[in-house]
Design a binder for this molecule. Sequence first.
Ligand code: NAP
Length: 246
Amino acid sequence: MAAHPETILILGGTGEARRLADELCRRPHTRVVTSLAGRTTEPAKLPGEVRVGGFGGSQGLSCYLREEKVALLIDATHPFAATISANAAEACASLGIPCLRLERPPWRPLPGDNWREVPDIAHAAATIPAGARALVTVGRQEIAPFLARDDIRIVARMIEAPDAPPPHHAELLLARPPFTPDDEHRLLRERQIDILVTKNAGGTATVAKLMAARGLGLPVIMVARPHKPPVPTAPDVAAILEMLER
Ligand code: NAP
């Protein structure tokens, strides 16, 4: 009789999660389930099984892990998705299920960078000088405090539009990464941007804006990552796979 497959739950919503699912689906006797929050209307196709929507807090996640006989959880969510990571660590600890995290390293300032690090989105919105023209790349869900600043001009770039139309002092730019340094340079010049606002997402898909800002000598308001509970963490898919081998 064939051995019962081992179920691995990936908490997804990132490119890394998709690449990890690709790799894990090639392993024998492995059932791979990727969980998505359901924020994106047309998520990219994923190998393996996919489930969509919240679990209902850490308790709901515990129930799911038990019912689906999950042997291992890999938290491959975005570095700024703090609630689901805390819930995952708590649920796994309560059931004695191993929890690993796949998290790309944060960006670090390089020579020529002019960063102002702030602890959260509220501080980022408050830090933009009056009269500035800001390119704001924090995503649809956290754009509200910036749109509330009617003393600045905003170019708000995001993948999907927010529910409400932007106010007169804001321009919406819908675009999906990756972006090239040349494109970013052109955007900053054409829109006469004098300050860039970004979360410290890390990785390569959206790093070009930092290169362009450096080249133009523009200041950057950099939102620091939120705290996540300490669990064994790997910086990329290869390192997670090595951890699994061990
Ligand atoms: P969050 O604040 O940490 O989570 C809020 C709630 O959304 C969680 O409590 C959970 O609901 C549900 N949730 C989040 N991720 C989930 C997942 N992978 N599967 C099932 N439920 C999930 O997360 P967020 O910042 O809103 O991000 C939501 C998703 O978008 C994440 O999967 C993340 O990887 C992706 N994402 C986030 C960002 C960002 O900047 N935050 C950027 C790119 C992609 P319940 O409590 O009901 O379980």
